[in-house]
Design a protein around this ligand. Structure first.
Ligand SMILES: [Fe+2]
Length: 381
């Protein structure tokens, strides 16, 4: 396919997360992850939008959380169908009018026209479109010096987190689908993204005698100018129904965002601090670390700077396929598990430190699968 004109995406500005309990989100982001609360909805905005919102920030990562105030708002509509989950991805673009025109020409479906807002700093132009994944919409924003976060948001005075764990930016967004092809085609033909990476994995490969297992196909699409990357998963047979991707879709009650990966410059220090702050991560087996020295050699990484005993203590994962180029990653427990509340939903965060590797942890899929499966088996008992 001929290369499409770029939409002019600059970055993922943030995610908009709909939650039942905004105070619980505040405790999670500010208390546990050391994000700062920077903006809150004004009384007027709450009256018109019928939801209460707060913005949590660390580095270039912005998370807007909204919970319903009565019926009829977007948060209430989302939560009538789903547990807590990501309802909007927000992109900063160079030129909202151009992005709107290109999207509409290529079959994108705007929900509204471009809205323009003014404050003493400048203008904010934004519009939203629907997407092929469930109830998650995309919002595009052009910031022309606008000082506020969004109209009706009030700045929260400086108190709050200092980002001591060093979160930098969103590395990628991973979504789960019953079938991902519509999303892949839409990302290619409407947004102008390109395929970057592909993997297929099944736990029955580990032990062919297993009567159960979990498999997925995963394709990463990206926007080369902005480096915005979407990983997309679908369940793979055999045992489609017991695939973790299918289970995620059942828990979310639809397709949607499974995890967001946040970069840090020093994952060892970050994870040590987060653990001391009572953040819970997905467990990794001791056998993973027993195999790791051999895997580092057979994968072609050769050597790593970190002490394997420290990685094992913190349960940080390693992956890569080039000489001395690798990445370190770890996954937080999903929200429902963190809070012991099904309504908190199956979304989770990944923390990633890249040391020359551009992949997404294919070699770690097995370890992650096995650890999630163990959690699911424990929950079923
Ligand atoms: Fe990931």
């Amino acid at each position: 396919m001929a290369k499409l004109e770029s939409l002019g995406i600059k970055r993922i500005e943030g995610i908009h997360y709909y939650v039942h309990d905004l105070d619980r989100s505040r405790r999670f982001y500010c208390g546990m992850l050391d994000f700062a609360e920077t903006w809150r909805s004004s009384k007027e905005l709450e009256a018109t939008g019928r939801q209460r919102s707060a913005v949590f920030e660390a580095g270039d990562v912005r998370v807007v959380c909204s919970s319903p105030l009565g019926e009829g708002g977007r948060a209430a509509r989302f939560l009538a169908k789903h547990p807590d989950g990501v309802g909007t991805l927000i992109f900063e673009v160079e030129d909202a009018a151009r992005a709107f025109r290109l999207l509409e020409e290529r079959g994108g479906t705007p929900i509204d026209d471009i809205q323009t807002f003014q404050d003493d700093g400048g203008t904010l132009k934004q519009f939203s479109i629907t997407t092929p994944f469930g109830d998650c919409t995309f919002r595009f924003r052009e910031r022309g010096g606008y000082r506020g976060f969004f109209p009706g948001a009030e700045q929260v005075s400086a108190a709050g987190g200092s980002n001591r764990f060093g979160f930098e930016q969103i590395d990628h967004v991973t979504s789960n689908f019953q079938t991902m092809k519509p999303m892949l085609l839409w990302l290619e033909h409407v947004l102008g993204f390109e395929q970057m990476w592909e993997v297929e994995f099944h736990t029955s490969d580990v032990d062919p005698n297993r009567k159960t297992g979990s498999g997925l196909k995963s394709i990463v699409m990206w926007d080369p100018p902005s480096m915005v990357r979407f990983a997309n998963n679908e369940p793979a047979r055999p045992f489609f129904k017991s695939s973790q991707i299918n289970i995620f879709n059942e828990e979310l009650r639809g397709d949607g965002v499974q995890h967001v990966a946040l970069t840090v410059p020093d994952i060892i220090t970050a994870v040590r601090g987060l653990r001391a702050n009572n953040v819970n991560f997905m467990p990794t087996t001791a056998s993973y670390y027993e195999m790791l020295p051999d895997r580092i050699v057979s994968a072609g990484i050769g050597k790593i700077d970190e002490d394997i005993a420290v990685l094992r203590e913190l349960e940080v994962l390693v992956d890569g396929d080039h000489h001395h180029a690798y990445m370190l990653q770890i996954f937080l427990k999903e929200a429902a598990g963190l809070y012991g509340d099904k309504k908190a939903g199956p979304f989770f965060y990944e923390i990633i430190q890249r040391k020359g590797d551009r992949g997404f942890g294919a070699g770690n899929f097995r370890a992650l699968f096995e650890s999630i499966e163990r959690e699911q088996q424990k929950a079923a008992r």
